[in-house]
Design a protein around this ligand. Sequence first.
Ligand code: ZN
Ligand code: FE
Length: 739
Amino acid sequence: MRVRMKVEVRGIVQGVGFRPFIHRLVSGYGFLGWVRNSSRGVDMELEGEESELREFASRIAPEAPLLADVESVECAVMDTLANFAAFEIVESRAMASMDTLISPDIGICPDCLREMRTPGDKRYRYPFLNCTNCGPRFTIIRDVPYDRARTSMGVFPMCPDCGREYRDITDRRYHAEPTCCPDCGPQVFYDGPGEERLEGEAALEKARQTLKEGKILCVKGLGGMHLCCLPEKAALLRQRKQRDGKPFALMCRDADCARELCGMTAQEEELLTSQRRPIVLLPKKRRDEWMEVSENGYMGVMLPYTPLHYLLFGDDIDALIMTSANLSDKPIMYRNDEAERELRGIADGFLLHDRDILTRCDDSLLCVADGREYPLRRSRGYVPYPIRIGELTESILACGAEQKASFVLSKPGMAFPSQHIGDLKNFETYENYRQQIGHFERLFDITPRRIACDLHPDYLSTRCAEEMAEELGVPLIRVQHHHAHMAACMADNSLTGEVIGLIWDGTGYGTDGTVWGGEFLTGGYGGFTRRGHLRPLPLIGGDRAVKEIWRLGLAMTGREELYGGYDASAALRQLRAGLNCPLSSGMGRLFDAAASVMGLCQTASYEGQGAVLLEAAAEADCRGRYAVKIDEGCVFDYEPMAGELMRDREAGVDAGVMAARFMNTLMDMAVAVTERIGGESGLEDVVLSGGSFQNMYIMARLPGMLREKGFRVWTHSRVSCNDEGLSLGQMMIALHAGC
Ligand code: ZN
Ligand code: FE
């Protein structure tokens, strides 16, 4: 029967190519009526056969554009027919505030890739083609409202051909602001020291040759520059970049090439090949291979995401190291002139182009854990997309932590987490952080009414929050670090009420002024109670012990003879005298101490290296464990564990066995303490957050162990468990603060 039906779609459905999508879907059925943006989503009225209309409605969510997030589709048959004469897109009425969603940069889509590979097509081998479904967005936008003139594509006027596609609703470039072709768009070029500039195909060929000769190339990506070379040349790159042992990411030509190197589940492959194109952490096939690229059991792998990347690989390069071009904690480089100036002596050649990057955005890093996407760094491909939080009613700025800085700005219903910013102690990074806060405020039209920051008085993010709160005359809410982690994981999972929080990380400022980090909390957005924690470990020499982790091994065991090559006896005297030995209950420090006792690492070349190497060493199917002693107040006493660990070490037990036993012990402890807290509090929901949960050995086991005891266990899937995710929690706590 022919009816008129009202269809209301709710969720993130604006600014994502949703109306052209509806237009295409509707044309397939020949319905008549209209579609328009509304303040809550997209509304339609359509006339047609009722069964066909219902079928159409059922296809909306599953077939929606990549960036759409459809929450609901509601249909209602109306009493009368309107006898529409056509199907049209009705202009929205004063929806300015809702129209400001901005797409992340999205990897090249299959249609564009096909065009690029089709001889005779006008965009054959053109490195900058894009369409409504793919290409640069966030990183080329200068201002809102989003149109070409306000992007770095503004200096490339569209040719008549591109203009026609742009205006044609049936074309896949309809309203694609950065669309272009070889006649009107950006051009690629190659610069080498002392060489003449090459353009077009010659530039590409020269860049490929540079790589194949084993040299190092700087390539301009979407949100910044990469340094790139063949994987065999990892040592050369490490030496020139003066990079510590931190793993490099690999870009593989395609999923098959990635599969040669790494194991991959179907879910991991889906993430790897998704158009968001994150770096995916995958287990190496053979743990001892490619140690120069990554010294642990995992490899960060991504696929090409710009047309330029595809042309660079051709069909004869399988894998390239692709690492952000930045020097000593500075932000990623993004301008041609700075790259050519600062990377002289590091890169042998530069493959660049004349489309400016306006906003830095590093590659995202994710893995699959606990059956879901697990972000470790949420950046390109994800930012600046909002997280929907229904109960959000206020504009809040949350300033995050310091070393893995990020911020969140919110408006009613939505939180906008920033991209990866880096370590604020670097001046350029701090400047970029301040600029990005201003940029987000403008893009999303937000003036914060409250500001949240960490309790740590010396974090530069705290300093920024204090200044801004003063300037704007708005309340400043200081949030305890681990409370914020707990709230972040709650918000990530849309939880309300009260939970048990296992919050394990390296360092956070406690309410008592000491350093926390191995915490068992209960509470919610409104407050928390510290229910249990690790027995604090003295950091001999204070901050020095974070790098020189043998000091932690010494503090844990008191065994000077383990540390012949070091200043152990002086350190032990210092410990006994209690001079500059602040206490830390940080889980990260306990891992460092254990890694040192196992002989895996004595001086960390990057933060968390001890824990990374310990995890990498662990025998996967070792069931052994050490003693768990839990004192009054749910304080885990590491001493019996340390004693047994020492006995293993003296008996010459393999480090892989000791590493597994150590982590099994911590998980036993976690279950025992959680059960005790659950018994006392009656709480059944457990959230796992904090940087120590980047440990995949624990992530693969602990959630299941807790579920077996009847708990509901919640892990992250939208923001990171490390300090980068902290700002989301700060925001939720500020929302609930009485002020
Ligand atoms: Zn495309
Ligand atoms: Fe933390």
